[in-house]
Write a protein that binds this ligand. Structure first.
Ligand SMILES: Cc1ncc(COP(=O)(O)O)c(C=O)c1O
Ligand SMILES: Nc1c(O)cccc1C(=O)C[C@H](N)C(=O)O
Length: 406
């Protein structure tokens, strides 16, 4: 008979685990890359496929309000990231949304040419900014500094500060409010990528005075592989921006079929083409899990899980070197360690039921999702890690040679 782990006593989120489909024998520490399937999503999908698509056909756009799904889902995400009503839409990918917000922000600061980011940002954000700078006649500069130098690099030639709040590799978390304030003080605008924040801990976009934000639907929001992303525009900017991607779904009257583009009111002008109804349905259903949850409760449990993991690994696995900040205040909901043979180590962990991931050259990364993880899971994961290290199981050819894409 199994005993409750002492740190799991009085866990207010314990019952949430049953809301997810976790494969038997798997301890899933990768919800920061792809979230787990919420148990009720397949039934909702089946209903929308068979009843709505199957029976309503084209009438579904009106009968089931498919056309408004981006705003509906956007508002639900907005609640989790501290956005105002009607300030978020769920659409496209994070990468495409980066393009939209950087181009919109640059147009709001016409005389300025510099985009500031850091080398901890996820590469797609940097690539999109580089591509945009090229498109704008090579007139703009993407300036990249170290995360710890960002604050000092905010100078009065900046047009835009573009950062990811939580570093995908190290879990280090920027101070969104303080850096946004600093950017505003020099007349720049602030864009935040919340890929590793939304659904992981409370975010306060409105209270931080952020100008723009984007983020993923498939990580902590559990919307499924390739789920629609989201985009936030502060209400004060919404009617001043002229989108670079001027698609018909961002037109003020898409079904008037005018020959000239006129932007929709408010956040809707960030929409581009036809919404992916099935993907939005999965994301919409997945968000039900958050309906009765206080993000502050998620945060407290996340800190506890991460701290317990760090303490156990450092105590029992001295070969592992902590990469993430030790201070929970400046860390998201993931913990990374360095190990020279990290790739083989992660392969051995996965083969033994502990799923995390590896980021080159030597970082193993573990995401903690309080909705479906317990301290008992963390203890078991460290048991497996310790065994793999003490037996040098990672050194087997089978783990060293295996190729994977993620
Ligand atoms: C911070 C960040 N931004 C963007 C992305 C990627 O966005 P997309 O879903 O467009 O591939 C990721 C992860 O893939 C990410 O970690
Ligand atoms: N988006 C991904 C994908 O399509 C395949 C594999 C992994 C991903 C990821 O989400 C990577 C992730 N953003 C990261 O933090 O590394």
């Amino acid at each position: 008979m199994s005993h409750l782990h002492p740190l799991d006593e009085n866990d207010p989120l314990a019952a949430k685990r049953d809301a997810f489909c976790l494969p038997n024998g798997v301890i899933y520490l990768d919800g920061n890359s792809l979230g787990v399937l919420p148990a009720h999503v397949p039934e909702r999908m089946q209903h929308v496929v068979e009843k709505q698509w199957g029976e309503s056909l084209i009438r579904g756009w009106n009968e089931h309000n498919w056309i408004d799904l981006p705003q509906k889902v956007g508002n639900r995400i907005g609640r989790l990231v501290g956005a105002e009503q009607e300030a978020v839409v769920a659409c496209d990918s994070t990468t495409i949304n980066v393009f939209k917000v950087v181009s919109a922000a640059l147009a709001l600061r016409p005389g300025r040419k510099v985009i500031l980011s850091d080398n901890g940002n996820f590469p797609t954000d940097l690539y999109m900014a580089q591509g945009l700078a090229d498109l704008l006649a090579k007139d703009h500069e993407l300036r990249i500094v170290s995360p710890e130098d960002v604050a000092d690099a905010i100078t009065d030639d900046l047009a835009v500060l573009m950062l990811t709040e939580v570093d995908y590799k190290t879990g280090r978390r920027h101070d969104m409010k303080a850096l946004t304030e600093k950017a505003h003080a020099v007349g720049a605008l602030a864009i935040w990528d919340l890929a590793h924040s939304a659904g992981a801990f409370p975010v306060d976009l409105s209270g931080s005075n952020a100008d723009f934000a984007i983020g993923c639907g498939y990580k902590y929001l559990n919307g499924g592989p390739g789920a629609p992303a989201f985009v936030y525009v502060a209400p004060r900017h919404q009617n001043d921006i002229r989108p670079a991607l001027t698609g018909w779904m961002g037109h003020v009257a898409p079904f008037a079929f005018d020959l000239d583009y006129r932007p929709a009111e408010g956040i809707n002008r960030m929409r581009v083409g036809t919404p992916p109804v099935l993907s939005l349905t999965a994301l919409d259903a997945a968000l039900d899990v958050f309906e009765d949850v206080d993000m502050e409760v998620i945060r407290q449990k996340s800190i506890s899980l991460c701290e317990y993991f760090i303490a156990q690994v450092e105590d029992r696995c001295p070969e592992m070197e902590l990469v993430s900040p030790r201070d929970a205040e400046v860390r998201g909901s993931q913990v990374s360690f360095r190990f020279a043979e990290g790739y083989a180590l992660m392969q051995a962990l996965i083969a033994n039921g502990v799923i995390g991931d590896f980021r080159a050259p030597d970082t193993v990364r573990f995401g903690f999702t309080p909705l479906y993880l317990s301290h008992a899971d963390v203890a078991r994961a460290v048991d497996v890690l310790e065994k793999i290290l003490t037996t040098r199981m990672w050194d087997m050819d089978e783990f060293r040679m295996r190729r994977k894409v993620t």
